[in-house]
Design a protein. Sequence first.
Length: 105
Amino acid sequence: MNTQFKKGVLELCALTSLLSGDKYGYELADMLGKKMTVAEGSVYPMLKRLQSEGYFDSYLKESPNGPARKYYRITVKGVDRQRILQEQWFEFTEQVNSFFEGVEK
């Protein structure tokens, strides 16, 4: 998949993933990686940025298998951001898909 396409929707995917509940960093990176090819190294800087922008909170939670894990929780601001990005995504994909009507795969 085109790297620029992924870069543009990675934030939306991360925000959407947290709507269903808190996740620790590796878990979130793994979820994203199962749906699209994403370098783990690009996920963590994005998480840090989203947290610094107020879209996520984080907290440490003890792990049964080693050191405490850093969990991310979406904030009210993050939920609002996710909704806006999702609306923009649907509008954008509708517009792009209209170019493919009648075109064979």
